[in-house]
Design a protein around this ligand. Structure first.
Ligand SMILES: [Zn+2]
Length: 287
């Protein structure tokens, strides 16, 4: 009887959580990039090493982020890996929880903060795609984009987070050519975005979509994990040498499955190629 009601309330809690997560970022998962399926810029190298960076997205250092960050620290120590935290500037600046932020502060050897938008919200229709709305294929005006990038960078500068003034993970990985040129204007060196145009003009900014997306769910299935491995190997085989595996705080609510994913990616066979697990910024200093 008691077990039944515990199980029922757990199921209900899980369902509510799943619905909330789906509403929060469904568009991120399913939408295609604003620039279509043009060839993306790759970070290829003849050197026999691939840099693999685990990333934790949508961090604001609110109280609810704390368990995920603690789980990430545990995994980072156990598997000798690091995490880039993709932080949303405005909510972080205005309402961070000090105890949650402390988890980052006391573990800076395994955490690096990178930029993930000013608000993560589209200024026109308030969806999750701050810099380009793929649902109606509408551009965000140049001036508004500039204001968001400028304010985002200012916040990270003020808090003394240098990687977040150089590395910009676009919310939902979507933007347009204005986003790229503005990011370059403000000194960003690497922008992560899907469906980016080919780098024929040899721009100074690196634009990459060499990412492995982990589904935003609490329990990762065998199928989810094998899809991540397939995508990882596909990137390796196409010559990518800097790959990001992006995860979400939901993945850390059940540490077992995300741990298995990390373990399998750590042990994946890459003949003739050394795997290095580290911060995204380590790739930048090399270039
Ligand atoms: Zn995001």
């Amino acid at each position: 009887m008691i077990t039944d009601s515990v199980e029922r309330s757990f199921k209900l809690w899980f369902r509510v959580l799943t619905i909330l997560l789906s509403i929060f970022c469904l568009s991120c998962v399913h939408d295609k990039a604003g620039l279509g399926n043009k060839k993306h810029v790759t970070i290829k190298s003849d050197k026999g090493t691939v840099l693999i960076s685990f990333r934790l997205d949508d961090i604001t250092f609110s109280e609810t982020d704390k368990p995920a960050l603690e789980a990430a620290v545990y995994l980072a120590r156990k598997y000798n890996i690091t995490f880039d935290l993709a932080v949303i500037a405005k909510p972080f600046d205005s309402r961070q929880d000090s105890k949650t932020f402390e988890v980052y502060q006391s573990n800076q050897d395994v955490f690096e903060i990178v930029a993930h938008g000013f608000t993560h919200r589209n200024p026109i229709n308030n969806n999750n795609q701050e810099f380009y709305d793929t649902t109606v294929k509408t551009e965000v005006p140049f001036d508004i984009q500039e204001e968001h990038i400028r304010q985002m960078q200012q916040i990270f500068e003020r808090h003394g987070m240098p990687a977040a003034t150089k590395i910009f993970i676009l919310p939902c990985a979507v933007g347009d050519s204005n986003t790229i040129s503005l990011a370059q204007k403000y000194g960003y060196k690497l922008i992560v975005m899907r469906g980016v145009p080919h780098d024929k003009d040899k721009r100074k900014i690196i634009v990459s979509d060499a990412t492995v997306g982990v589904p935003m769910s609490v329990f990762l299935t065998e199928k989810d994990i094998s899809k991540c491995k397939d995508r990882f190997l596909k990137l390796i085989n196409s010559g990518e040498r800097e790959i990001e595996v992006y995860t979400h705080f939901a993945n850390y609510r059940n540490i077992e499955s995300v741990e298995r994913l990390i373990n399998e990616l750590k042990n994946i066979d890459t003949p003739g190629l050394k795997k290095k697990f580290g911060f995204i910024s380590e790739g930048l200093t090399k270039n």
